[in-house]
Design a protein around this ligand. Structure first.
Ligand code: NAD
Length: 287
């Protein structure tokens, strides 16, 4: 049986550290504050907002809502982003996506000040992740993968990693973060040939394709560490991109779904807000 890399202890350890940091900061500095910028009332957004708010409050981070009705004119959203950029009392911003209009979403993400971009949605923050310098934070899910590896003391330097998925939310940024820690990374996608073979060679396999159960026994081998980023709902249950029984049988360690990487993502968001308030930039990540 594979070792279970549960997210809860990782999130709890992070939460403890962040709370200590926030307590210290609040004694002589600002109250770290996250702006939540939401357009409309989609149930998934409302539920994520509730969870984010609870996580922020648990560590002493204040949340300020910026709400716009669905179908708001593009300029109203851009004005809200400008207001957040200008507000010295706001240190980070979480923009709920996807938006109905992709162009508007891109413009809003690009407008957000990189130092307040705590979920790495803008080209400025992503550029910093890729270039290894500049202001900004990596997308929280990508960083959550790194936190899981570090918490469980999984060596990264010199290891072969395969990442399935090249989105800007997970696949590409986590590939960059792994590469900065001296892994040799293969970024796989829907056109990759011999995906199972490439994945089998990896010491660290990160599944972020958004295809339920696609990582089957032929992708896996003994000694592998498998991180499952996928989230899918099936018959009221959550499942990942990895066929869990197959990974449990073959791999050395695997994250569960639910209760794996997803459990760590919101803790990472609060750390980014704390760091934004404390004036810590992405440079801390560099070797
Ligand atoms: P996406 O759809 O934007 O990107 C998927 C990527 O996977 C694409 O690059 C595509 O080329 C690749 N892909 C798709 N099918 C493939 C296949 N059969 N073989 C190889 N590559 C394939 O998705 P995303 O936003 O990156 O999210 C990926 C998954 O992670 C989703 O299930 C999503 O729900 C989940 N997710 C989880 C968290 C979390 O906190 N745990 C956060 C964000 C996303």
């Amino acid at each position: 049986m594979a070792k279970l890399l549960e997210g809860a202890p990782v999130a709890e350890a992070l939460t403890r550290q962040i709370k200590e940091g926030v307590d210290r900061l609040r004694r002589f500095g600002p109250v770290p504050t996250l702006a939540i910028l939401r357009v409309g009332e989609r149930p998934a957004d409302l539920s994520y907002e509730k969870q984010t708010r609870r996580q922020c409050e648990s560590v002493g981070i204040r949340v300020k809502q910026f709400l716009l009705p669905e179908n708001s004119p593009r300029q109203e959203l851009l004005d809200a982003v400008e207001a957040i950029n200008r507000d010295p009392g706001v240190h980070g911003c979480l923009l709920f996506r996807p938006l109905a209009d992709k162009d508007t979403e891109r413009a809003a993400c690009a407008l957000l000040a990189p130092e307040k971009d705590v979920d790495g949605v803008g080209v400025g923050a992503l550029g910093a992740v890729f270039a290894g310098e500049g202001a900004g934070f990596p997308p929280c899910t990508a960083q959550a993968c790194m936190e899981v590896l570090d918490y469980y003391q999984i060596p990264i330097a010199g290891k072969r990693a395969a990442v399935i998925g090249r989105s800007l939310v997970v696949g590409r940024p986590v590939s960059m973060l792994l590469q900065q820690r001296d892994a040799t990374v293969t970024i796989c996608h829907s056109k990759t040939r011999d995906l199972p073979g490439i994945c089998r060679e990896a010491d660290i396999l990160i599944a972020a394709a958004g295809q339920m159960g696609m990582v089957t026994a032929d992708f896996l081998r003994p000694g592998q560490v498998v991180l499952d980023v996928g989230i899918h709902r099936e018959g009221g249950k959550l499942r990942g991109d990895v066929d869990f029984p197959a990974a449990d049988a073959a791999a050395e360690a695997v994250t569960p779904v639910p209760g794996g990487v997803g459990r760590v993502t919101s803790a990472v968001l609060t750390r980014h807000v704390f760091e934004a308030a404390a004036g810590v930039s992405l440079q801390r990540q560099q070797p």
